[in-house]
Design a protein around this ligand. Sequence first.
Ligand code: GRF
Length: 203
Amino acid sequence: FRIAVLISGRGSNLQALIDAQQAGALPVEILLVASNKATAEGLRKAEAAGIPTLALDPAVYPDRASYDHALFSRVAASGPDLIVLAGFMRIIDPAAVAGWHGRMINIHPSLLPKYPGLKTHQRAIAAGDTVHGASVHFVTAELDGGPVIAQVELPILPGDTPDALAERLLRHEHRLLCHCVAQIAAGRITLGDSGVLVEGQPL
Ligand code: GRF
């Protein structure tokens, strides 16, 4: 089972996938790591693991549609079964998303459908929530709005700051993402017409 990973920054979720794969716990081949930022730390992590990388700068394309067309053409050419968005901080053109229906997932640091978009930790704390978490979902044209595959929850502690909460959540994100990729690679999780299927049954 072959995956491509799209990132924009640090790449700790990417590193978790690499570590799981190298430990023999995730039977996938990571074909390519692509980023919209050439300086993304995650690209260095990919290089260190011997994974081919691609940095494509949106600034040299006239608009989102042409950038996404170029990016997803290059990603598709590498031949992945699944695209994993792991901290890829861009909205994707619906035309590019459409070609990957049921074959592209994203990890998002909130309990979707709560808090799509940015600053999720800050928003959860400001709302007085006592529980926060992360979600992995299939990607659709709606930002952070596709069918949820699995979530992890953790308590918000008194006095929590967005940074402290984000850091605590990150370890859980890593496990959640590896778990979901493994389940999809094993063919246990798919996207049907009416939503996520686990071994052919609605979630
Ligand atoms: C994670 O919190 C992920 O959920 C969000 O962006 C962050 C990426 O972190 N979409 P990293 O680059 O994987 O370290």
